[in-house]
Design a protein around this ligand. Structure first.
Ligand code: PGA
Length: 253
């Protein structure tokens, strides 16, 4: 970092606020959300990128409706093969054809409930990059791992294995402590800042945008974004409602 503290390098800070809708919203609900959400972006600073990572069935109409707007569309999964007999999976070509620009990989819910490993996460990340999609790589420790003092080791391993062969200049990382996801139990902003600083020190490109995720809401976004290492947020529950996601995107700096 040229010997400069991150806070002195604000020129390189790229802010990305992404909603992760998980398995919420039909197409009609997604479009209804946009009607209420888009008018609330008129004052949002241009430097903040806004992304909606939505269910597959909504991506095409979201991308058409958002054409020419500042909001980008993201998916929540991608398979590593170009095509093939992989029932239930989706390919990079299928996503880019409909205007998708980002894709979440390695979310803890995928790791926990759908058997994702660091190796499959890595394969998905490489596939995303090969199709020109920006992967949002999620890393984070469980409560048990945190209590056992393993946070740094767990994250370090997830990064090392998840980033094998990756282009570190085309990437977003989200630090999402599992115990803070969907629980209302946010990680203290200073602690998130500390862990994100550690993540940054492990990367070749220290300008990689690193988000915080886990119970981000209108009440805590200002404090989170005031931290010098934190370049944005990956927001689950609070991104489902237009008012609250708009308040998050329009955080006070
Ligand atoms: P949450 O989810 O904001 O509802 O805690 C975050 C995430 O899973 O990305």
């Amino acid at each position: 970092m040229n010997g400069l503290a991150r806070s002195e390098q604000s020129a390189v800070r790229r802010i990305i606020i992404a909603g992760n809708w998980k398995m919420y919203k039909t197409q009609a609900e997604a479009l209804e959300f946009l009607q209420a959400f888009l008018p609330q972006l008129s004052e949002t600073p241009e430097s903040r990128k806004v992304v909606l990572c939505a269910p597959f069935t909504t991506l095409s109409s979201l991308s058409k409706t958002l054409h020419g707007s500042r909001v980008r569309v993201g998916a929540q999964n991608i398979h590593w093969a170009k095509e093939g007999a992989f029932t239930g999976e989706i390919s990079g070509a299928m996503l880019t054809e409909i205007g998708v620009r980002y894709v979440v990989v390695g979310h803890s819910e995928r790791r926990q409930y759908f058997g994702e490993t660091d190796e499959t996460v890595n394969q998905r990340l490489l596939a995303a990059q090969s199709f020109g999609l920006l992967p949002i790589l999620c890393v984070g420790e469980s409560k048990q791992q945190r209590d056992a003092g393993e946070t740094e080791a767990v994250i370090s391993r997830q990064l090392e294995r998840g980033l094998v062969g990756a282009d570190q200049t085309n990437l977003v990382i989200a630090y999402e402590p599992i115990w803070a996801i969907g629980t209302g139990d946010t990680c203290a902003a200073e602690e998130a800042n500390r862990v994100i600083g550690l993540i940054r020190s492990q990367l070749k490109d220290t300008d990689v945008p690193i988000q915080y995720g886990g119970s981000v809401k209108p009440e805590n976004i200002d404090e989170i974004m005031a931290q010098p290492e934190i370049d944005g947020a990956l927001v689950g529950g609070a991104s489902l409602e237009a008012e609250s996601f708009a308040r998050i995107v329009n955080y006070q700096s």
